[in-house]
Ligand binder design. Structure first.
Ligand code: ADP
Ligand code: MG
Length: 640
C-alpha cells in the first residue's frame, strides 16, 4: 500500500481533456495571430462562417476544445439535466452560428483551461495528504533472529518484525523501541515541530524521522495499517463527504441553469421583436449571458476550499472527519472541556493512603490494587503504580461503573473502589473533605459492608492549558466550561488555575451528556474536548467532539469528529482557526462568485460585456481567486 497509494490520483495535466485543451488553445492563438490582432473581429453575420485559413484554424480549435463539453452535454440532456456542459455547447454553437469563430474558439479553449485548472486544484489538494504516506521509506532494514540485517520493501513488514532506523531516516512502521535512544521528529503525524525523546518501550510512528540517534524498533502493526495510513484513509473519507452548503449549491445549480437559459432565450428574442435592435446584436448578448451563467467557479469553490482545509489540517496533526465539522467548529462560540487527561496531564500520583480502624496503608493498597489493575482509568493506573503489584489471580466479577468506580470479588470477598456513590450505606469519612479541599481526588476503598480507607491522588494542570484558554477567549469564545466526574474542590482548583468560572463537578457520564445537550441549546452548538474513550457519549452529543492524543489512541480517533493527533492543547486554537478560515472562505467564494456573475450578467444584457471578457473575468478570474484562497489555508501553521 505504502508508496503505491501516492500515485492514486492521475496527473490532471495528461488526460485526453488536457490534450484537447492544449490543442484548442494553440489553434486559437494561431488563428488570432493569423487574422492579425488588429482585426479583432472576424464577424460575418448569421450563417456566414468565413472558412478562409484563419477561419478554419479557429473552427478546429472550437471543435477540439468543445469536444470536452459536447458528449457530457448530451449525456446530461439524456437525464434531463441542463448543466454547464450544455451551456458551453450552446455558447460555442451559437458563436459559430453568428459567424464569430474567434469567440467560439475562445470559449472552447479558455473554458477547457478553466476546467483543467479546477481539476488540478482539487487533485493538488488531495495529493497533499497522499504525500504523507510517501514519508514512509520504500525499504526497511529488517533484523533477522541472528542479528543480521536485510533490506526489505516496507510494505512486506509485519507485526513483530524488528527494524533498524538510522539518524536522518524515517521510521518505516508503527512500533515500540526495543533498543537505542533518539529524538524523533513527529511533525508528520502529530504536527508538533519539537522533536520528542524516545527510548526503550517508547511508541513510535511510521513516517516520523529519527533525528540523531539509532533505534531498533519492533513493529506493532502490519505495513499498510499504520497510524499514518489511517490518517490518510480518514482524510480521504472526509473529503468524499459533502458539506451541507454544497447540497444547497447543487440544488441551486439545478434550477439556476435552466432559468438562465430561459432568460438568455428571452434576451435573444424579445428586444428585437420590440424593435430595439438587430437580431444579431441581441443574440450575441444572450450568448454572453449563457457563458456568464456557467456556475463552475461557484461549484468548485466549496470542494476546493474544504479539501484544502482538511488536508492542511491533517498535515498539522489535526484530523477532521468531514467538511460539516469544519462548518460547525468554525461556527462554535462555546467549548466544554473534560478535566482529567484533557486540562490536566492525566498522569496522576497517589499523595495519601489512609486506612481506617487499624487497616494499614499496605493492606489498603493490596485490596484496591488487584481490582484497579483491571481498570483503564488514570486513577486506577496511579493506584496500581503505588501498590506495585502485578495483576493478581482471584479477582472475579470485575465491574466498572463509569463515573463512580470499580467493584470486584477478590478471593471471595467483595471490594469496592470509587466515589461515595459506591457506599450508599456509609457516611462521608473523616479526612476526606480536607483532602478534597486541597484539590485532591479522593477515592474510597471498602469491602461489602463498610469503608476501610481512602486514597488521594493529585494531577497537574497541563503547562499550556491556561495559555490555550486565554487564546480561545481572545478568539471570541463566549463560554468555556469544565465538565468532570471529579469532586467540586479538585475541579474548582483546576478552574481557578485556568480562569474558568463555569465548573460542573460530580457529573456521571449521563449527566455529562445532559449538560452538553443544555449547552448545545444555550449556545447554538458546542465543541467538547475529551479523551475520546471515557467521554465518548458526551463527545458524540456535542456539535463537534474533539479528542486529544490521537496518535497514541486509535479508539479516540475513531469516535471523535475531530482528532488532535498530538497530546497537546495548543492544537485546538489551530483547529478552530482552520475551520473558521475555511468557513469564511466558502462563504466569501460563493458570495463573490454570485455577485461577480450578476454584475457581468447585467453588463452582458446592456451590451458592455462581451464573450471574451465574460470568460476571462467571470471564470478564469473566479477560479484563480478560489485557488489562491485555498492556498491561504495550506499556509496556516499550528505554531502561529
Ligand atoms: P473525569 O470526568 O474527571 O474524567 P470520570 O467520570 O472518569 O472523571 O470519573 C469520575 C470519578 O469516579 C473519579 O473522580 C473517581 O472518583 C471515580 N472513579 C472512576 N473510575 C474509577 C476507578 N477506576 N477507580 C476509582 N475511582 C474511580
Ligand atoms: Mg475522563
Amino acid at each position: 500500500m505504502t508508496g503505491a497509494s501516492a500515485t492514486r490520483y492521475a496527473s490532471p495535466w495528461r488526460t485526453p481533456e488536457a490534450r484537447r485543451t492544449y490543442m484548442s488553445g494553440a489553434l486559437w492563438l494561431i488563428g488570432m495571430v493569423w487574422l492579425g490582432l488588429a482585426s479583432y473581429t472576424h464577424r460575418a453575420g448569421w450563417f456566414q462562417l468565413r472558412l478562409d485559413g484563419p477561419g478554419l484554424v479557429l473552427l478546429t480549435s472550437a471543435l477540439i476544445g468543445g469536444w470536452n463539453f459536447f458528449p457530457k452535454a448530451l449525456r446530461g440532456l439524456g437525464r434531463y439535466r441542463l448543466d454547464m456542459n450544455f451551456l458551453m455547447t450552446i455558447a460555442i454553437a451559437g458563436a459559430l452560428l453568428i459567424g464569430e469563430p474567434i469567440e467560439a474558439a475562445a470559449i472552447a479553449a479558455l473554458f477547457s483551461f478553466v476546467e483543467l485548472l479546477e481539476a488540478a486544484a482539487v487533485v493538488r489538494a488531495r495529493r497533499a495528504v497522499e504525500a504523507l504516506v510517501v514519508l514512509s521509506p520504500e525499504e526497511a532494514a529488517l533484523v533477522a533472529a541472528d542479528g543480521s540485517e536485510e533490506l526489505v520493501p516496507t510494505n512486506s513488514l509485519q507485526r513483530g518484525h524488528v527494524v533498524r532506523v538510522r539518524p536522518g531516516d524515517r521510521i518505516p512502521i508503527d512500533g515500540v523501541v526495543r533498543s537505542g535512544e533518539s529524538e524523533v521528529d513527529e511533525a508528520s503525524v502529530t504536527g508538533e515541530s519539537v522533536p520528542v525523546a524516545k527510548a526503550r518501550d517508547s511508541e513510535v510512528f511510521a513516517g516520523t524521522m529519527v533525528v540523531q540517534g539509532f533505534l531498533e524498533i519492533e513493529a506493532t502493526t502490519d505495513a499498510g495499517n499504520t497510524t499514518l495510513d489511517r490518517i490518510v484513509k480518514l482524510v480521504r473519507q472526509a473529503e468524499a463527504r459533502k458539506v451541507p452548503i454544497e447540497h444547497v449549491v447543487e440544488r441551486f445549480a439545478r434550477w439556476y441553469t435552466p432559468a438562465v437559459t430561459g432568460t438568455a432565450l428571452l434576451v435573444m428574442i424579445v428586444p428585437p421583436l420590440l424593435g430595439w435592435g438587430t437580431n444579431l446584436e441581441w443574440f450575441t448578448r444572450g450568448l454572453s449571458l449563457l457563458v456568464i451563467a456557467c456556475p463552475c467557479a461557484l461549484v468548485i469553490a466549496t470542494p476546493v476550499t474544504v479539501v484544502s482545509a482538511l488536508t492542511s489540517a491533517a498535515r498539522n496533526g489535526v484530523i477532521i472527519k468531514g467538511g460539516e465539522f469544519l462548518e460547525s467548529l468554525g461556527a462554535t462560540r462555546a467549548i466544554a472541556f473534560d478535566k482529567t487527561g484533557t486540562l490536566t496531564e492525566g498522569r496522576l500520583e497517589v499523595t495519601d493512603v489512609i486506612g481506617f480502624d487499624g487497616v494499614s496503608a499496605e493492606e489498603l493498597l493490596a485490596l484496591a490494587g488487584p481490582v484497579e489493575a483491571r481498570s483503564e482509568h488514570p486513577i486506577a493506573e496511579a493506584v496500581v503504580r503505588r501498590w506495585g503489584g502485578k495483576v493478581a489471580d482471584g479477582v472475579t466479577d470485575f465491574e466498572a461503573l463509569p463515573g463512580r468506580g470499580v467493584t470486584a470479588m477478590v478471593n471471595g470477598h467483595k471490594v469496592r473502589v470509587g466515589t461515595m456513590a459506591l457506599f450508599p450505606e456509609s457516611a462521608v469519612p473523616d479526612g476526606m473533605q480536607g483532602l478534597e479541599e486541597k484539590g485532591r481526588t479522593v477515592i474510597l476503598v471498602g469491602d461489602e459492608s463498610r469503608i476501610l480507607g481512602l486514597v488521594a491522588v493529585a494531577d497537574t494542570v497541563r503547562a499550556n492549558a491556561a495559555k490555550t484558554v486565554r487564546r480561545l477567549e481572545r478568539m471570541g469564545m463566549r463560554h468555556v466550561v469544565i465538565l468532570t466526574g471529579d469532586n467540586a474542590a479538585a475541579a474548582g482548583a483546576v478552574g481557578e488555575a485556568l480562569g474558568i468560572s463555569d465548573v460542573r463537578a460530580r457529573l456521571l457520564p449521563e449527566q455529562k451528556v445532559a449538560a452538553i445537550e443544555n449547552l448545545v441549546r444555550e449556545y447554538h452548538g458546542i465543541a467538547m474536548v475529551g479523551d475520546g474513550v471515557n467521554d465518548a457519549p458526551a463527545l458524540a452529543t456535542a456539535t463537534v467532539g474533539i479528542a486529544m492524543g490521537g496518535a497514541g489512541s486509535p479508539a479516540a480517533v475513531e469516535t471523535a469528529d475531530v482528532a488532535l493527533m498530538a497530546d497537546d492543547l495548543t492544537m485546538l486554537p489551530y483547529a478552530i482557526r482552520v475551520a473558521r478560515l475555511s468557513r469564511s472562505l466558502v462563504r466569501f467564494n460563493i458570495a463573490a462568485a454570485l455577485s461577480l456573475k450578476l454584475l457581468l450578467a447585467i453588463g452582458a444584457v446592456a451590451g458592455v460585456v462581451d464573450l471574451l471578457i465574460a470568460v476571462l473575468v467571470g471564470d478564469m478570474g473566479a477560479s484563480i481567486v478560489v485557488t489562491l484562497n485555498a492556498m491561504r489555508l495550506a499556509r496556516l501553521r499550528a505554531s502561529q
